[in-house]
Design a protein around this ligand. Structure first.
Ligand code: HEC
Length: 143
């Protein structure tokens, strides 16, 4: 990642462009295996996360849910797009706060076309400190 940062600095590209590229690279590395490259999900296992998250992105509680989900994962039944899922997503608390932020930026911005959605580092740190079980994270989501 450091080399990418230097390359972007040399090319004179903005911090925003760098964060976007970093989010895309992290998504390819950690998420595509279950959610697929366009976020369309894996039928019967992992829900679609492109175009489906507006209701969470639009509220502070929803953004707190997304930050907690990335930290601690989630398990148990949810409904997404009228389909029922009942599986498990791992947490990614081994990643740093800035990587989590870049991932959330990619998911909310690129996959859900929301511009008003950036999750600040303080909220991500709060999620890290709070540390919930995957089942409690699902309760934050609601149905
Ligand atoms: C091992 C497979 C797997 C990986 C890897 C994975 N997920 Fe998930 N993800 C899931 C599953 C399964 C669920 C639903 C869990 C449930 O049924 O409770 C989910 C749920 C989600 C949701 C919530 C969707 C909603 O409607 O509330 C988001 C957002 C999400 N994942 C993003 C990511 C991101 C970003 C990454 C990479 C950092 C990632 N996932 C990695 C399997 C995975």
């Amino acid at each position: 990642m450091r080399h990418t940062a230097i390359l972007f600095a040399l090319l004179g590209l903005s911090q925003t462009a760098y964060a976007e590229a970093r989010g895309a690279a992290l998504f390819a590395q950690h998420c595509v295996v279950c959610h697929q490259a366009g976020g369309e999900g894996t039928p019967g296992f992992a829900p679609r996360i492109s175009g489906t998250l507006g209701k969470h992105i639009g509220t502070e509680a929803g953004r707190a849910y997304l930050a907690q989900l990335l930290m601690d994962g989630m398990v148990g039944p949810i409904i997404s797009g009228g389909e029922r899922y009942n599986s498990a997503m791992p947490g990614f608390s081994s990643l740093g706060n800035e990587d989590i932020q870049a991932l959330l930026g990619y998911v909310t911005g690129t996959l859900n076309e929301s511009v008003a959605a950036s999750v600040d580092l303080a909220a991500i740190e709060a999620a890290r400190k709070q540390k919930l079980s995957p089942n409690e994270v699902r309760r934050l989501r609601g149905l």
